[in-house]
Design a protein around this ligand. Structure first.
Ligand SMILES: O=C(O)c1ccc[n+]([C@@H]2O[C@H](COP(=O)([O-])O)[C@@H](O)[C@H]2O)c1
Ligand SMILES: Cc1cc2nc[nH]c2cc1C
Length: 335
Protein backbone atom coordinates (compact mmCIF):
# COMPACT_ATOMS: atom_id res chain seq x y z
CA UNK A 1 0.00 0.00 0.00
CA UNK A 2 1.19 3.50 -0.84
CA UNK A 3 2.02 5.69 2.20
CA UNK A 4 1.07 9.34 2.68
CA UNK A 5 3.69 11.44 0.85
CA UNK A 6 6.89 11.64 2.95
CA UNK A 7 8.36 14.48 0.83
CA UNK A 8 5.21 16.55 1.27
CA UNK A 9 5.31 15.82 4.98
CA UNK A 10 8.86 17.19 5.18
CA UNK A 11 7.79 20.31 3.28
CA UNK A 12 4.83 20.68 5.64
CA UNK A 13 7.16 20.36 8.65
CA UNK A 14 9.32 23.11 7.20
CA UNK A 15 6.32 25.38 6.66
CA UNK A 16 4.96 24.63 10.14
CA UNK A 17 8.33 25.48 11.69
CA UNK A 18 8.39 28.77 9.75
CA UNK A 19 4.89 29.98 10.67
CA UNK A 20 4.41 33.21 12.60
CA UNK A 21 3.86 31.27 15.82
CA UNK A 22 6.33 30.27 18.53
CA UNK A 23 7.98 26.93 17.70
CA UNK A 24 5.67 24.09 18.69
CA UNK A 25 2.88 26.45 19.73
CA UNK A 26 0.27 24.69 17.61
CA UNK A 27 0.80 21.50 19.57
CA UNK A 28 -1.13 18.55 18.23
CA UNK A 29 -2.95 20.71 15.70
CA UNK A 30 0.47 20.99 14.08
CA UNK A 31 0.87 17.19 13.96
CA UNK A 32 -2.63 16.87 12.55
CA UNK A 33 -1.79 19.43 9.85
CA UNK A 34 1.30 17.41 8.85
CA UNK A 35 -0.77 14.22 8.56
CA UNK A 36 -3.43 16.01 6.54
CA UNK A 37 -0.91 17.60 4.15
CA UNK A 38 0.94 14.30 3.64
CA UNK A 39 -2.34 12.48 2.92
CA UNK A 40 -3.47 15.19 0.53
CA UNK A 41 -0.05 15.41 -1.10
CA UNK A 42 0.30 19.18 -1.08
CA UNK A 43 1.64 22.08 0.99
CA UNK A 44 -0.16 24.16 1.93
CA UNK A 45 -3.09 21.74 2.09
CA UNK A 46 -6.71 22.53 1.29
CA UNK A 47 -9.00 22.09 4.31
CA UNK A 48 -11.40 19.14 3.95
CA UNK A 49 -14.34 20.37 1.88
CA UNK A 50 -16.43 17.25 1.22
CA UNK A 51 -16.63 15.17 4.40
CA UNK A 52 -18.79 12.06 4.38
CA UNK A 53 -19.85 9.67 7.14
CA UNK A 54 -21.11 6.14 6.47
CA UNK A 55 -22.89 4.41 9.36
CA UNK A 56 -22.76 0.62 9.02
CA UNK A 57 -25.79 -0.89 10.77
CA UNK A 58 -26.38 -4.45 11.84
CA UNK A 59 -27.74 -6.68 14.56
CA UNK A 60 -25.81 -9.25 16.55
CA UNK A 61 -26.90 -12.64 17.89
CA UNK A 62 -25.10 -11.97 21.18
CA UNK A 63 -27.63 -9.21 21.98
CA UNK A 64 -30.08 -11.94 23.05
CA UNK A 65 -27.56 -13.15 25.66
CA UNK A 66 -27.47 -10.28 28.14
CA UNK A 67 -24.44 -8.35 26.81
CA UNK A 68 -26.19 -5.00 26.21
CA UNK A 69 -28.20 -2.61 28.35
CA UNK A 70 -30.73 -2.20 25.50
CA UNK A 71 -32.90 -4.48 23.36
CA UNK A 72 -31.98 -5.31 19.76
CA UNK A 73 -35.11 -3.51 18.47
CA UNK A 74 -33.25 -0.24 19.08
CA UNK A 75 -30.99 -0.88 16.08
CA UNK A 76 -33.82 -0.73 13.55
CA UNK A 77 -35.43 2.21 15.36
CA UNK A 78 -32.16 4.18 15.24
CA UNK A 79 -31.70 3.45 11.53
CA UNK A 80 -35.04 5.20 11.00
CA UNK A 81 -33.92 8.02 13.28
CA UNK A 82 -30.70 8.58 11.27
CA UNK A 83 -32.78 8.65 8.10
CA UNK A 84 -35.08 11.23 9.70
CA UNK A 85 -32.01 13.30 10.66
CA UNK A 86 -32.88 13.18 14.35
CA UNK A 87 -30.09 11.13 15.98
CA UNK A 88 -27.16 12.55 17.96
CA UNK A 89 -24.82 12.19 15.02
CA UNK A 90 -27.20 14.03 12.69
CA UNK A 91 -27.12 17.09 14.95
CA UNK A 92 -23.33 17.05 14.98
CA UNK A 93 -23.13 16.40 11.24
CA UNK A 94 -25.36 19.40 10.48
CA UNK A 95 -23.26 21.57 12.79
CA UNK A 96 -20.08 20.55 10.97
CA UNK A 97 -21.28 20.14 7.38
CA UNK A 98 -20.77 16.38 7.17
CA UNK A 99 -23.02 14.22 5.00
CA UNK A 100 -24.51 11.11 6.60
CA UNK A 101 -25.28 7.85 4.83
CA UNK A 102 -26.79 4.85 6.63
CA UNK A 103 -25.99 1.41 5.25
CA UNK A 104 -28.23 -1.44 6.43
CA UNK A 105 -25.83 -4.36 6.12
CA UNK A 106 -27.38 -6.78 8.59
CA UNK A 107 -30.18 -5.22 10.63
CA UNK A 108 -32.69 -7.81 11.84
CA UNK A 109 -35.65 -6.27 10.01
CA UNK A 110 -37.94 -6.97 7.09
CA UNK A 111 -36.26 -4.27 5.07
CA UNK A 112 -34.25 -5.58 2.12
CA UNK A 113 -32.01 -2.77 0.96
CA UNK A 114 -29.39 -3.17 -1.76
CA UNK A 115 -26.66 -3.79 0.81
CA UNK A 116 -28.40 -6.30 3.08
CA UNK A 117 -26.20 -9.34 3.64
CA UNK A 118 -28.41 -11.06 6.24
CA UNK A 119 -30.79 -10.37 9.15
CA UNK A 120 -28.47 -10.18 12.15
CA UNK A 121 -25.08 -11.89 12.46
CA UNK A 122 -24.50 -15.10 14.44
CA UNK A 123 -24.06 -15.23 18.23
CA UNK A 124 -20.28 -15.56 18.20
CA UNK A 125 -19.91 -17.62 21.39
CA UNK A 126 -22.13 -20.33 19.84
CA UNK A 127 -21.56 -20.14 16.08
CA UNK A 128 -19.66 -18.26 13.40
CA UNK A 129 -20.90 -14.72 12.85
CA UNK A 130 -21.08 -15.33 9.10
CA UNK A 131 -20.53 -17.90 6.40
CA UNK A 132 -17.38 -17.27 4.32
CA UNK A 133 -19.60 -16.20 1.41
CA UNK A 134 -21.43 -13.68 3.59
CA UNK A 135 -18.10 -12.23 4.73
CA UNK A 136 -17.11 -11.75 1.09
CA UNK A 137 -20.44 -10.06 0.33
CA UNK A 138 -20.13 -7.79 3.36
CA UNK A 139 -16.57 -6.82 2.36
CA UNK A 140 -17.87 -6.04 -1.14
CA UNK A 141 -20.57 -3.78 0.38
CA UNK A 142 -18.00 -1.73 2.30
CA UNK A 143 -15.78 -1.44 -0.76
CA UNK A 144 -18.70 -0.33 -2.90
CA UNK A 145 -19.87 2.28 -0.38
CA UNK A 146 -16.35 3.75 -0.12
CA UNK A 147 -15.95 3.81 -3.91
CA UNK A 148 -19.28 5.61 -4.29
CA UNK A 149 -18.44 8.22 -1.67
CA UNK A 150 -15.00 8.80 -3.20
CA UNK A 151 -16.43 9.05 -6.71
CA UNK A 152 -18.91 11.64 -5.41
CA UNK A 153 -15.98 13.79 -4.30
CA UNK A 154 -15.25 12.94 -0.66
CA UNK A 155 -11.88 14.20 0.54
CA UNK A 156 -12.31 12.79 4.05
CA UNK A 157 -14.30 9.67 5.01
CA UNK A 158 -15.68 8.94 8.48
CA UNK A 159 -16.68 5.50 9.70
CA UNK A 160 -19.66 5.08 12.05
CA UNK A 161 -21.69 2.17 13.41
CA UNK A 162 -25.10 1.26 14.80
CA UNK A 163 -25.96 -2.08 16.33
CA UNK A 164 -27.10 -3.19 19.74
CA UNK A 165 -24.54 -5.74 20.96
CA UNK A 166 -21.80 -4.66 18.56
CA UNK A 167 -19.23 -3.81 21.23
CA UNK A 168 -19.03 -7.56 21.96
CA UNK A 169 -17.81 -8.74 18.52
CA UNK A 170 -15.69 -5.58 18.18
CA UNK A 171 -13.94 -6.33 21.49
CA UNK A 172 -13.51 -9.96 20.41
CA UNK A 173 -11.81 -8.84 17.19
CA UNK A 174 -9.39 -6.61 19.10
CA UNK A 175 -8.61 -9.46 21.52
CA UNK A 176 -8.07 -11.88 18.64
CA UNK A 177 -5.81 -9.52 16.68
CA UNK A 178 -3.69 -8.64 19.70
CA UNK A 179 -3.72 -11.98 21.52
CA UNK A 180 -5.40 -10.56 24.62
CA UNK A 181 -7.78 -12.24 27.08
CA UNK A 182 -11.46 -11.24 27.15
CA UNK A 183 -11.06 -9.60 30.57
CA UNK A 184 -8.70 -6.95 29.13
CA UNK A 185 -10.90 -5.87 26.23
CA UNK A 186 -14.51 -5.86 27.39
CA UNK A 187 -16.17 -2.63 28.46
CA UNK A 188 -19.64 -1.55 29.49
CA UNK A 189 -20.87 -0.60 26.02
CA UNK A 190 -24.29 1.06 26.36
CA UNK A 191 -23.93 0.72 30.13
CA UNK A 192 -24.25 -2.88 31.33
CA UNK A 193 -24.03 -3.51 35.07
CA UNK A 194 -21.44 -5.74 36.76
CA UNK A 195 -23.41 -8.91 35.97
CA UNK A 196 -23.73 -7.84 32.32
CA UNK A 197 -20.01 -7.15 32.15
CA UNK A 198 -19.29 -10.62 33.56
CA UNK A 199 -21.61 -12.22 30.96
CA UNK A 200 -19.98 -10.20 28.20
CA UNK A 201 -16.54 -11.36 29.33
CA UNK A 202 -17.74 -15.00 29.25
CA UNK A 203 -19.22 -14.52 25.77
CA UNK A 204 -15.99 -13.03 24.39
CA UNK A 205 -13.92 -15.70 26.11
CA UNK A 206 -16.11 -18.51 24.69
CA UNK A 207 -16.00 -16.92 21.23
CA UNK A 208 -12.20 -16.70 21.30
CA UNK A 209 -11.93 -20.34 22.40
CA UNK A 210 -14.40 -21.43 19.73
CA UNK A 211 -12.54 -19.56 16.98
CA UNK A 212 -9.11 -20.87 18.04
CA UNK A 213 -6.23 -20.18 15.67
CA UNK A 214 -8.52 -19.36 12.74
CA UNK A 215 -8.25 -15.75 13.94
CA UNK A 216 -4.69 -15.60 12.65
CA UNK A 217 -6.27 -14.77 9.30
CA UNK A 218 -8.03 -11.38 9.61
CA UNK A 219 -10.81 -12.24 7.16
CA UNK A 220 -11.47 -15.53 9.00
CA UNK A 221 -11.58 -13.52 12.21
CA UNK A 222 -14.42 -11.46 10.72
CA UNK A 223 -16.24 -14.67 9.74
CA UNK A 224 -15.81 -16.32 13.14
CA UNK A 225 -15.94 -13.39 15.56
CA UNK A 226 -17.12 -10.31 13.69
CA UNK A 227 -20.33 -9.54 11.84
CA UNK A 228 -21.52 -8.38 8.43
CA UNK A 229 -21.62 -4.70 9.45
CA UNK A 230 -18.09 -4.87 10.91
CA UNK A 231 -16.80 -6.62 7.77
CA UNK A 232 -18.35 -3.88 5.62
CA UNK A 233 -16.79 -1.14 7.76
CA UNK A 234 -13.42 -2.91 7.51
CA UNK A 235 -13.56 -2.90 3.72
CA UNK A 236 -14.71 0.75 3.71
CA UNK A 237 -11.60 1.85 5.66
CA UNK A 238 -9.36 -0.42 3.58
CA UNK A 239 -10.75 0.93 0.29
CA UNK A 240 -10.28 4.56 1.35
CA UNK A 241 -6.66 3.88 2.37
CA UNK A 242 -5.96 2.05 -0.90
CA UNK A 243 -7.33 5.08 -2.75
CA UNK A 244 -5.11 7.42 -0.69
CA UNK A 245 -8.06 9.17 0.96
CA UNK A 246 -7.81 9.81 4.72
CA UNK A 247 -10.23 8.34 7.24
CA UNK A 248 -11.31 9.79 10.57
CA UNK A 249 -12.14 6.98 12.98
CA UNK A 250 -14.81 6.94 15.67
CA UNK A 251 -15.14 4.66 18.69
CA UNK A 252 -14.56 0.96 19.27
CA UNK A 253 -16.23 -0.41 16.14
CA UNK A 254 -14.45 1.89 13.67
CA UNK A 255 -11.11 1.31 15.39
CA UNK A 256 -11.54 -2.49 15.59
CA UNK A 257 -12.31 -2.41 11.85
CA UNK A 258 -9.28 -0.21 11.10
CA UNK A 259 -7.13 -2.69 13.04
CA UNK A 260 -8.62 -5.53 11.00
CA UNK A 261 -8.05 -3.62 7.76
CA UNK A 262 -4.44 -2.92 8.76
CA UNK A 263 -3.95 -6.66 9.30
CA UNK A 264 -5.45 -7.40 5.88
CA UNK A 265 -3.12 -4.86 4.32
CA UNK A 266 -0.45 -3.25 6.51
CA UNK A 267 -0.20 0.50 6.05
CA UNK A 268 -3.90 1.36 6.47
CA UNK A 269 -3.25 3.05 9.83
CA UNK A 270 -1.11 5.75 8.19
CA UNK A 271 -4.23 7.02 6.37
CA UNK A 272 -6.26 7.14 9.60
CA UNK A 273 -6.67 9.66 12.38
CA UNK A 274 -8.53 8.92 15.61
CA UNK A 275 -11.42 11.30 16.22
CA UNK A 276 -11.80 10.55 19.89
CA UNK A 277 -11.10 8.21 22.78
CA UNK A 278 -14.23 6.25 23.64
CA UNK A 279 -14.87 4.71 27.06
CA UNK A 280 -14.27 1.19 25.70
CA UNK A 281 -10.88 -0.21 26.82
CA UNK A 282 -10.46 -2.18 23.58
CA UNK A 283 -10.65 1.05 21.59
CA UNK A 284 -7.69 2.58 23.47
CA UNK A 285 -5.71 -0.66 23.22
CA UNK A 286 -6.31 -0.88 19.46
CA UNK A 287 -5.46 2.81 18.94
CA UNK A 288 -2.14 2.25 20.73
CA UNK A 289 -1.39 -0.70 18.47
CA UNK A 290 -2.20 1.41 15.41
CA UNK A 291 0.01 4.25 16.72
CA UNK A 292 -2.91 6.69 16.79
CA UNK A 293 -3.59 9.26 19.49
CA UNK A 294 -7.20 10.40 19.77
CA UNK A 295 -7.92 14.06 19.07
CA UNK A 296 -10.74 14.38 21.60
CA UNK A 297 -11.31 12.73 24.96
CA UNK A 298 -14.82 13.67 26.03
CA UNK A 299 -16.06 10.47 27.65
CA UNK A 300 -18.28 9.91 24.58
CA UNK A 301 -19.70 6.42 24.07
CA UNK A 302 -22.50 7.10 21.63
CA UNK A 303 -21.08 5.45 18.53
CA UNK A 304 -22.87 6.39 15.26
CA UNK A 305 -19.66 8.10 14.10
CA UNK A 306 -20.28 10.92 16.59
CA UNK A 307 -16.71 11.11 17.89
CA UNK A 308 -15.36 11.32 14.35
CA UNK A 309 -17.81 14.05 13.35
CA UNK A 310 -17.00 16.02 16.52
CA UNK A 311 -13.32 16.03 15.48
CA UNK A 312 -13.90 17.35 11.93
CA UNK A 313 -13.50 21.01 13.01
CA UNK A 314 -10.06 20.11 14.34
CA UNK A 315 -8.96 18.75 10.96
CA UNK A 316 -10.32 21.88 9.29
CA UNK A 317 -8.56 24.06 11.88
CA UNK A 318 -5.24 22.28 11.42
CA UNK A 319 -5.35 22.62 7.63
CA UNK A 320 -6.38 26.29 7.84
CA UNK A 321 -3.49 27.08 10.18
CA UNK A 322 -0.90 25.46 7.94
CA UNK A 323 -2.27 27.16 4.85
CA UNK A 324 -3.30 30.64 6.07
CA UNK A 325 -0.85 31.76 8.75
CA UNK A 326 1.95 34.10 7.66
CA UNK A 327 5.57 33.03 7.81
CA UNK A 328 7.70 34.64 10.51
CA UNK A 329 10.24 35.50 7.78
CA UNK A 330 7.62 37.69 6.05
CA UNK A 331 7.08 39.72 9.24
CA UNK A 332 10.62 40.60 10.13
CA UNK A 333 12.61 43.17 8.22
CA UNK A 334 15.33 41.36 6.31
CA UNK A 335 13.92 38.01 7.54
O1 LIG B 1 -18.22 3.94 19.87
C1 LIG B 1 -18.07 3.35 20.95
O2 LIG B 1 -16.97 3.09 21.43
C2 LIG B 1 -19.33 2.87 21.64
C3 LIG B 1 -19.28 2.52 22.98
C4 LIG B 1 -20.46 2.10 23.58
C5 LIG B 1 -21.63 2.00 22.86
N1 LIG B 1 -21.66 2.33 21.54
C6 LIG B 1 -22.91 2.22 20.76
O3 LIG B 1 -23.85 1.43 21.49
C7 LIG B 1 -24.20 0.25 20.78
C8 LIG B 1 -23.39 -0.92 21.26
O4 LIG B 1 -23.38 -1.05 22.67
P1 LIG B 1 -23.76 -2.48 23.29
O5 LIG B 1 -23.73 -2.26 24.77
O6 LIG B 1 -25.16 -2.76 22.80
O7 LIG B 1 -22.74 -3.44 22.79
C9 LIG B 1 -23.87 0.53 19.33
O8 LIG B 1 -25.00 1.00 18.65
C10 LIG B 1 -22.75 1.53 19.41
O9 LIG B 1 -22.85 2.49 18.37
C11 LIG B 1 -20.53 2.78 20.94
C1 LIG C 1 -30.84 5.03 21.99
C2 LIG C 1 -29.54 4.49 21.46
C3 LIG C 1 -28.87 5.20 20.45
C4 LIG C 1 -27.66 4.68 19.96
N1 LIG C 1 -26.79 5.13 19.05
C5 LIG C 1 -25.79 4.28 18.94
N2 LIG C 1 -26.00 3.29 19.79
C6 LIG C 1 -27.13 3.51 20.44
C7 LIG C 1 -27.79 2.79 21.43
C8 LIG C 1 -29.01 3.28 21.96
C9 LIG C 1 -29.70 2.53 23.04
Amino acid sequence: MRSPDAEVRRAAEERLAGLATPAGALGRLGDLALWWAACQGQVPPRPPADVRLAIFAGDHGVAAHGVSAYPAAITQAMVGTFEAGRAGVNALARAHDVSVRVVDVSVDSESTGPHKVRRGSGAIHLEDALSPGETERALAVGEQVAREELAAGADLLLSGDMGIGNTTPAAALVAAHLGLPASEVVGRGTGVDAAGLARKTEVVDAALRRAGDRVEDPVEALTALGSADLAAATAYVLTAARAGVPVLLDGLMAVACALTADRIEPGVAAWCAAGHRSTEPAQSIALDKLGLEPLLDLGLRLGEGSGAVAAVPLVRSAAALLSDVALLSELLPGG
